[in-house]
Design a protein around this ligand. Structure first.
Ligand code: KIV
Ligand code: ZN
Length: 387
């Protein structure tokens, strides 16, 4: 059966850049946008043009630069925002305006001091107005995760009639459980008239560590676009991590989905964004963390040396990492030590290995990690003793 495509919408330059301390200048944004385009991203959310002259400039320059991806600008549901976004996107080959409004009762009451009816009208007006500029209009129902499903379905139905091509269902506060978020998408698929004219998009935040799981649940239940960021950067605990979604869809053939992302670029993408934003990646981060393909306990190392698949579900080359690393610590065994000695040019016999291993343990017990220069030193000490 042919697999279905999941569009990847990258919002590193918009939601990702909202992280305190991660501000980028236009040049840096252009470097990232160019690389995202090569990576195979379907939609690049380049910024929020009305938010500052700098952001306007970035969206405008990115629009001129990007060759393949759709370029998208965020707006609130008002004419001024939409005018400015349309102007910033003027040179984009495939422009998209992303407009929307909060739909949960708490947003309606506390943010807008308004009513459901009034919010519905504003949503429809915004989509119609955006549509007067561009064909491709994405509507976001902010805080959809906590919005009543029947009301959300009404909003979706009306904005589709007004011309929305994509319906973004954000779990803005990262509150939903995967089952709940998946059911929300299913409910919309089954209850919104005209839903076949639009695609549903997942935009999940990671406050409970569920952003990726929720996005996948959304896709399984009918969404065909996932919004995400490199390294999962974003407000508070971040957004869905792009590299996780891409590799889940790639590794789980049972889901029958594919993306157009060149996964071999994921590691370099992660390093570039981390360096430019000055935001280190946690070592145990899935897919792109420094330890994602590192093995340090003896049992695991022995297994991986015999056959990589015993403890690795992804070939590191698939994400652009040269090789799995065998880290030497006091928990490592003889086979890992022999492997690392071989790696630096020493073919050792079984007897030599027994001898070297005892010296190795002495060093390992006082160090966090035994590195190559320690191995040379161990080899030297042992050769002296053997002689
Ligand atoms: O999290 C959210 O709801 C958003 C919208 C503005 C799309 O980022
Ligand atoms: Zn968001």
């Amino acid at each position: 059966m042919n697999s279905e495509k999941i569009e990847i919408f990258d919002t590193t330059l918009r939601d990702g850049e909202q992280v305190p301390g991660c501000k980028l200048n236009t040049k840096q944004k252009l470097m990232i946008a160019e690389r995202l385009d090569k990576l195979g991203i379907d939609v690049i959310e380049a910024g929020f043009p009305i938010s500052s002259p700098g952001d306007f400039e970035s969206v405008s320059e990115i629009s001129k630069l990007v060759k393949n991806a759709k370029v998208c600008g965020l707006t609130r549901a008002n004419k001024k925002d939409i005018d400015v976004a349309a102007e910033a996107l003027r040179y984009a080959k495939r422009p998209r305006i992303h407009t929307g409004i909060g739909t949960s009762d708490s947003h309606i009451q506390f943010k807008f001091n308004s009513t459901r009816e009034n919010i519905l009208e504003r949503a429809v007006e915004a989509v119609k107005y955006a549509k007067s500029y561009v064909e491709d209009v994405e509507f976001y129902a902010e805080d959809a995760g906590r919005t009543d499903n029947a009301y959300l379905a009404r909003v979706c139905e009306e904005v589709i009639k007004a011309g929305a091509t994509v319906l973004n269902i954000p779990d803005t506060t990262g509150y939903c459980l995967p089952e709940e978020y998946g059911q929300k998408i299913k409910y919309l698929k089954e209850n919104v008239k005209g839903i076949e004219k639009a695609i549903i998009s997942c935009h999940c935040h990671n406050d409970l560590g569920l952003a990726t799981a929720n996005s996948i649940a959304g896709a399984v239940n009918g969404a065909r676009q996932i919004e995400c960021t490199i390294n999962g950067l974003g407000e508070r605990a971040g957004n869905t991590a792009l590299e996780e979604v891409v590799m889940i869809l790639k590794q789980h053939k049972d889901l029958n989905f594919h993306t157009d992302i060149n996964s071999k670029m994921l590691n370099e993408m992660s390093v570039m964004v981390s360096d430019l934003m000055g935001m280190p990646v946690q070592p145990n981060k899935a897919i792109v963390g420094a330890n994602a393909f590192a093995h340090s306990s003896g049992i695991h190392q022995d297994g991986v040396i015999k056959n990589r698949e015993t403890y690795e579900i992804i070939d590191p080359a698939e994400v652009g990492v040269n090789a799995s690393s065998i880290i030497l610590t006091a928990r490592s065994g003889r086979s890992a030590l022999a492997y690392r000695f071989k790696h630096i040019g020493f073919d050792i016999t079984k007897n030599e290995l027994d001898f070297l291993y005892q010296e190795f343990l002495k060093v390992a017990d006082v160090k966090k990690e035994v590195k190559n220069d320690d191995l040379y030193m161990i080899m030297e000490v042992c050769s002296r003793k053997i002689v």
